[in-house]
Design a protein around this ligand. Structure first.
Ligand code: PEP
Length: 249
């Protein structure tokens, strides 16, 4: 069976102290599902969060990283730096990185390569804009994002990949894809991976849904067969909401 995962993307919220408070609350939470739980605090909080999470089952992810291991890249953070503070997962390709920081498929492919070369697990995000969906281009856009970012990888790399389908029109907007829309796209994604690689890789790859998942809509979205969990933004900042979402799996 595929791993089920709920990951919380804390974005540029919560300083170190607030991050530690949330981790403390999550450690006290009762997670009733078998889902793997991951949190992604900001860079400055990662080291302290790694210490706070040691011995816990909750995984820790960065929200981004640079594609080079080191060098004259003012303001950037590398994979070895993340590994050095105990972080072995990274979110790449989030729509906010694509939109505000102009991260494109070529750059993301390089970041994915670097993360995997350092044996990091990658949560790779992609999804269409509202205009793409309204013009019926959403499947093509998603296929293109997968092709550009991931389809150069050898088969072995796929054991370290988690896909996160996040329709941009649903992120932070309070609008979610309907459970049927999510299932339709997740099935398409899995078929696209199966066509390019094989059905074993596709069947084993977790595909998360992201976009305004809340405790009240999570059960229906997660009930769909190709939805293996969620990438959660706003609702991940509240321990009881996040716990309820995990327990919806
Ligand atoms: C996200 O940023 O990945 C996300 C899904 O945010 P939200 O849950 O707030 O829509």
């Amino acid at each position: 069976m595929r791993t089920q995962i709920v990951a919380g993307n804390w974005k540029m919220n919560l300083d170190q102290e607030e991050s530690l408070q949330l981790i403390d609350a999550l450690k006290k939470s009762t997670f009733q599902s078998q889902a793997e739980v991951i949190v992604a605090p900001n860079f400055t909080a990662l080291s302290a969060c790694a210490t706070a999470l040691s011995g816990s089952k909750i995984g820790l992810s960065a929200q981004n990283m640079h594609q080079a291991d080191k060098g004259a890249y003012t303001g950037e953070v590398s994979a070895p730096m993340l590994k050095g503070v105990g972080v072995n997962k990274v979110i790449l390709g989030h729509s906010e990185r694509r939109e505000y920081f102009r991260e494109d498929g070529v750059l993301l492919a390089a970041k994915v390569d670097t993360a995997l070369a350092h044996d990091m697990q990658v949560i790779f995000c992609f999804g269409e804009l509202l205009a793409d969906r309204e013009s019926g281009q959403h499947f093509e856009v998603v296929r293109m994002q997968l092709t550009e970012g991931l389809f150069h990888l050898p088969r072995e790399s796929w054991t370290n990949l988690i896909l996160a389908y996040e329709p941009v029109w649903a992120i932070g907007t309070g609008k979610t894809a309907s459970p049927e829309q999510a299932q339709e796209m997740h099935a398409f994604i899995r078929q696209t991976v199966a066509d390019f690689y094989n059905s074993e890789i596709a069947d084993n790859c977790p595909i998360l849904y992201g976009g305004s998942v809340k405790p009240d809509n999570a059960p229906l979205i997660f009930s769909k067969p190709d939805v293996d969990g969620g990438l959660i933004g706003g609702a991940a900042l509240n321990a009881s909401d996040f716990t309820a979402i995990v327990n919806a799996l």
